[in-house]
Every structure is written in C-alpha cells, then in structure tokens.
Design a binder for this molecule. Structure first.
Ligand SMILES: *Cc1c(COP(=O)(O)O)cnc(C)c1O
Length: 388
C-alpha cells in the first residue's frame, strides 16, 4: 500500500512555472540563451546585487567563490561546523585548510567572538586567516555588521553561504547579503525557498570577482580576447569548469522568484503555529528570531531534551515515522565526518555548542504547500510523544 509521508521540505510548482519551462523547450536555445540572462537580471533586482552569475548548483557557486577569491594551499578559511557539507568542501577544493568556529547558542550562526579569538590565535602563531564563510543557518541571518567589522579589522574575505536565507531580511533589508559579504552563494535545490531543480548563483557587488566567476563557469575561456580577424578564436587563460545552468531551469527560476515573498509568508505562518504550540512546553526549545532580522524559515529546527522525555532520538524518529512524518536533522557537525577527522585532525568535543545542538535538533516539516491538517498532525504527534 502506498501512503503519504510528510518530509521536511518540498517545492511548490504551479501551472505558470510549467508554462515558462515549456516556452523555452519550444525555443531555439536550451542553454546559453536569453533565459539565463533574464534570470540573472531578476536576481540582481530582487537581491540588490550589482552582479549575478547563475550556475549549475549551490556547490558550484561555492567552488567558484573560493577560486575567484584566490584560495590556495597556504590559506586558512573558517566556517561554522553546523552547515551542509558543501560549505566546508569548497574550502578543500581550492587546497586551502578548513577550520571551524562554534555557533552562537541563540541564533545558531557563527559566533563572532569566537571568530575573532580564532583569527587572533592564528596571528599569535604567525598565520593569517584568509576568509570567513558565514551561513544564515535555517534562515536566520548572521550578525553581518559584526562579521564585516572583524573582516575589515583583520583583512579577511567574507562569504555568505546564503542558501538557507533566500528572502530573509537583515536590518529590514532583503538585499543585505551582498551589502556585507564580498561574495554570496545561493542554491535553488527543490528543498530551498524556490527552485530550478538543480541550480545556484554567485552574487557580488565586485565587478572583477564577477568577471572571474563568469570565466571559470565556462572552462576558463576569456571572451575579451577574441581576435577580430579570426572569428573562431578564443583564449583559455585559466583552468575552468562547465558550471552552466540551462535556459529552461532559469525560466523556472524567474517564474519561481516572483513568488518568493509569498512563499516566505507561508513559511512564517507555519512557523508561527509551531511556535505558538511549543513555546511554553517543557523540554522543547523553539528557534529564535532576533529583532534585527526577518527569518526565512528554510528549516524549523526544534530542540528536544531527549533524556528528560525518556526517549532516544531514534525512538522519537520511529514514532513520528509511524504517524507518516519524516523528520530530518540539520546537521551532523562537519568535524564529525571521517573525511575531516582523518585529513584535518578534527575531534568530537571541539565545538561543543554545535555538538549538543546536533544531539537535540530535529527539523520539522515546513514548506509553502504543507496543509493545515498536516501541520496539526505534526504538532499533535510531537506533543503526544514528548509527554509519554
Ligand atoms: C543546499 C546547500 C548547499 C548546496 O547547494 P546545492 O545546490 O545542493 O549544491 C550549500 N550550502 C548550504 C548551506 C545549503 O543549504
């Protein structure tokens, strides 16, 4: 028997999205055509970015960010352990050394004081930190003003892995990301706020970085070195990739982007129902939304004190699954991963706030199409299972 399982995230695709894709499929160019440029322009307008380069995934965006910023084997790049693997992997792609800084226990984003401590620690042993990647975890922006101050003080590059916070606001500004960070990366994977299937983008206000990223997106070919007398000629100056995105994906992206604000409002309504249901319940911690920000609720992370409810997390998962609810956990701290332990010597116990957060956290279903009945089902099952 087939029955419905509710997952933590899901896309919303409507007829106008499908029509937009079909229009491109009936046109001459499936890739490298006008829909890519249109999508980039739409993203520029929405996110107040001077330059946007659409790419094949959020991971490709991160890879290109590190390359454009010139990371290499001598460099140290800091990020939070509480993120998706790709954030840290992009540091390793460039040959640089990753290091982590624990999260702030309230916002779950990188802890500013600990960033500064880490930078100072490296200085004291004669090493420079090259860059910091902040993640607007779950949709809660980092303290970007504070991060910018530290970056300016110690001459660091600042990257915003903004994949969780498309449509969030910081100091009442939805174009905040490129304002504070040198480079911003997006993903449009179906679990994110709007989708192109696979896809992503690199946003920046820096023209040189944008040119570098565009060149690396297409094999390192430099379009400015075309010889007029040899119309077939092109130069490859550096080693690039094929990280392009197709036109039909971008048509979907442009169609979806129009709905981003309404998608965020729907996520807020769901978060409010969860908040109202869980705020005064013992052994539960709901996410906070600091007054300086507007959350975008890519995730709704709930923390449960499993010891106090006499259930393990595995048992809790099983019980929810029986009720048709597939929970998730975001994330296994990156320094727990065998690859990072074996290659960089990280150990459990190094970033204790992220670690205890991981033990307690589960991500509840949250996406625009989640029905009122399903929200109630989630709430009822959580409340029932914690009070047994
Ligand atoms: C989704 C995500 C990525 C990777 O994006 P893909 O498009 O899946 O490659 C990177 N960082 C964060 C924080 C993400 O949530």
């Amino acid at each position: 028997m087939k029955y419905k399982m509710i997952g933590y995230g899901k896309q919303t695709i409507e007829q106008d999205d499908i029509d937009a894709i079909i229009e491109v499929l009936n046109s001459d160019l499936l890739t490298q055509g006008p829909a890519v440029e249109k999508f980039e322009k739409d993203l520029q307008d929405f996110f107040d970015a001077k330059h946007v380069c659409a790419v094949s995934s959020g991971t490709a965006a991160l890879h290109l960010a590190g390359l454009a910023l010139g990371w290499g084997p001598k460099d140290i790049v800091i990020t939070s352990p509480l993120t998706f693997l790709a954030t840290a992997n992009c540091i390793v792609y460039s040959g640089a050394t990753p290091d982590f800084v624990d999260i702030n226990p309230v916002s779950y984003t990188i802890d500013l004081n600990k960033v500064e401590e880490k930078v100072k620690h490296y200085l004291s042993i004669g090493k420079n930190v090259k860059a910091v990647i902040g993640i607007d975890y779950a949709g809660h922006p980092c303290d970007w003003k504070g991060l910018r101050q530290i970056a300016d003080k110690y001459d660091l590059q600042l990257i915003n892995d903004n994949c969780h916070a498309l449509g969030a606001r910081y100091l009442n500004d939805k174009g905040y990301a490129v304002k504070y960070a040198d480079i911003v990366t997006h993903s449009y994977h179906p679990v994110k706020h709007f989708t192109t299937g696979e896809g992503g983008a690199v946003l920046t206000n820096n023209l040189e970085l944008d040119e570098e990223i565009r060149c690396l997106r297409t094999h390192g070919i430099n379009k400015n070195h075309t010889k007029l007398d040899e119309p077939w000629y092109y130069n490859m100056d550096k080693l690039g990739f094929n990280y392009r995105i197709t036109d039909f994906q971008c048509a979907l992206g442009s169609s979806q982007l129009k709905k981003l604000d309404s998608f965020i409002e729907k996520r807020h309504r769901i978060a409010k129902r969860y908040n109202d249901s869980f705020v005064n319940i013992k052994n539960l911690i709901i996410p906070t939304e600091q007054s300086t920000i507007k959350h975008s609720y890519h995730l709704y992370p709930l923390q449960i004190d499993f010891e106090k409810i006499f259930l393990t997390k595995v048992q809790f998962f099983e019980k929810m699954k029986k009720a048709g609810i597939n929970l998730q956990v975001h994330y296994i701290p990156i320094h727990f991963q065998p690859y990072y332990r074996e290659n960089f010597g990280f150990q459990k116990g190094e970033f204790t706030i992220a670690e205890s957060y991981y033990y307690n956290e589960l991500s509840l279903p949250i996406y625009p199409d989640l029905s009122v009945n399903d929200i109630s089902l989630v709430i009822d099952n959580i409340l029932e299972n914690i009070s047994k």
